[in-house]
Design a protein around this ligand. Structure first.
Ligand SMILES: [Zn+2]
Length: 81
């Protein structure tokens, strides 16, 4: 299930969640930690083109379900059974 509501940004516009980057975000990295988050909980990082794969892999290697979508596209759940 995918919606189109916007994500929170500041006056400078959404920027990449990667530390020290600050690049313009182009992607939503939707993820969840199954150990502490319920199935209906979705955490969202923002990523620029350069760091999209880095952030996705960072979460994936920790065993967290991850779904990458275009910026502003939100999902209602991640890793749903
Ligand atoms: Zn970046």
């Amino acid at each position: 299930m995918i919606g189109t509501s916007g994500t929170a940004g500041d006056e400078r516009g959404p920027t990449c969640s990667r530390a020290q980057c600050g690049g313009a975000a182009a992607w939503n990295i939707n993820w969840r930690n199954p150990r502490i988050h319920g199935i209906d909980r979705v955490k969202v990082w923002l990523a620029c083109d350069e760091h999209r794969d880095f952030l996705r892999d960072y979460l994936d290697t920790r065993g967290f379900p991850v779904v990458v979508t275009e910026l502003g596209t939100v999902v209602s759940s991640v890793g749903a059974p």
